[in-house]
Design a protein around this ligand. Structure first.
Ligand code: KG4
Ligand code: ZN
Length: 340
């Protein structure tokens, strides 16, 4: 229970390192990359260069904040995929070299698995963890999944997006409205002062527990295009209302299938994870549904929602206990995730 695990996350545009003692988070250092803002999205080549610059200072800061020396570490957990290959290579290569130097095992972690397992990371204020099985709505820039979490590494995807992810829906809307990247946090902020009923957008009619967000993007695009013809200041004059209406539509779509999944499986412990789980409207919707359907709701704190290494380290700790170690010759993967 006292092992110190170092977690390393470098799958997209955040370089992060965390030190955990067992499941207890001692540090969780995250360095974002401002360089992408001017391009309106992540530029893979620039991301890997920024990871190379950030990785040593970030790991150093994580060890210092945790007040431990590197030779006290028992294992190194790192994100192997999915994500940008160039970015993943930086974390993976560093993990390999560091593990070899320290002569300790390393553990490979799937990024989406880690987003879910962050619910087991504990600290002074966060001690309650979900019981198995629970449902997790995993919503990020690249994924939208409803997952039945049966055990730490026994997860079944019962619903997923057939096109865009929920995070992409936020980011693409922001682009249409001329807002900066990433769009999620900006839309979240503006939505607080807007009217969610001001505009209505097309909702997808997708069977089972799957999602689709590409039609919503088109619906937003057409609404904006048609109104701009009548009023060139349409976006400026309606920004907050547009954000609130789009956000409400995305949340309604997400919650509709989550409620269906809970009814179908009979599971009433329901969690959210991934970057979009930072959304305040989604928090409110989860709490309201929790009350209505008697769910036990788990919402990660902000620093555990978007990409972070605490989630990698806690997943790494559970794999470490199982003795599942990674070999020095493994390579990152860009796409494969859970049972997809
Ligand atoms: O998990 P994450 O940090 O990276 C990936 O693994 O993709 O998720 C990033 C996504 C972006 O699409 C971003 O716009 C979205 O999460 N996001 C949010 C919020 N904060 C981040 N979406 C809605 N509301 C937020 N507050
Ligand atoms: Zn992520």
């Amino acid at each position: 229970m006292n092992e110190y695990i170092l977690g390393i996350e470098s799958s997209c545009d955040d370089t992060s390192a965390a030190v955990l003692q067992g499941t207890r988070v001692l540090s969780n250092v995250i360095a974002g990359q401002k360089v992408h803002e001017q391009y309106g999205g992540v530029v893979p080549e620039l991301a890997s260069r920024a990871h190379q610059q950030n990785i040593i200072p970030v790991i150093d800061a994580a060890l210092k904040t945790a007040k431990i020396e590197k030779n006290q570490l028992s294992a190194i957990a790192f994100t192997r995929g999915p994500g940008l290959l160039g970015s993943l290579l930086v974390g993976t290569s560093f993990a390999k070299a560091f593990a070899q130097t320290l002569d300790i095992p390393m553990v490979e972690i799937d990024h989406m698995n880690a987003h879910i397992l962050v619910h087991f990371a504990t600290d002074e204020t966060h001690t309650e963890v979900p019981d198995f099985p629970f449902l997790c709505l995993t919503v990020s820039g690249g994924h939208t999944q409803i997952v039945v979490v049966k055990d730490y590494f026994d997860m079944e995807v019962i619903g997923k997006t057939i096109d865009d992810a929920a995070g992409e829906a936020f980011d693409k809307t922001a682009k249409i409205l001329g807002l900066p990247y990433p769009g999620g946090p900006v839309i979240d902020k503006l939505a607080k002062i807007g009217n969610p009923e001001a505009f209505s957008f097309a909702k997808p009619q997708i069977p089972d527990l799957d999602y689709s967000f590409s039609g919503l993007k088109t619906s937003i695009l057409y609404t904006v295009r048609d109104n701009l013809k009548i009023n060139p200041n349409f976006i400026e004059e309606n920004k907050a209302d547009l954000c609130a209406s789009v956000q409400k539509t995305i949340i309604d779509i997400l919650m509709n299938k989550l409620v269906k999944a809970s009814k179908q499986t009979g599971i009433k412990t329901v969690a959210i994870a991934g970057g979009v789980s930072a959304n305040s409207g989604l928090h409110d919707a989860m709490l309201a549904l929790g009350e209505k359907y008697h769910w036990k709701v788990f919402i990660p704190r902000l620093s555990y929602s978007t990409d972070n290494a605490a989630m990698v380290a806690v997943a790494g700790y559970f794999k470490f206990l199982k003795g599942e170690f990674a070999s020095q010759d493994l390579v990152p993967y860009a796409r494969q995730s859970l049972n997809q």
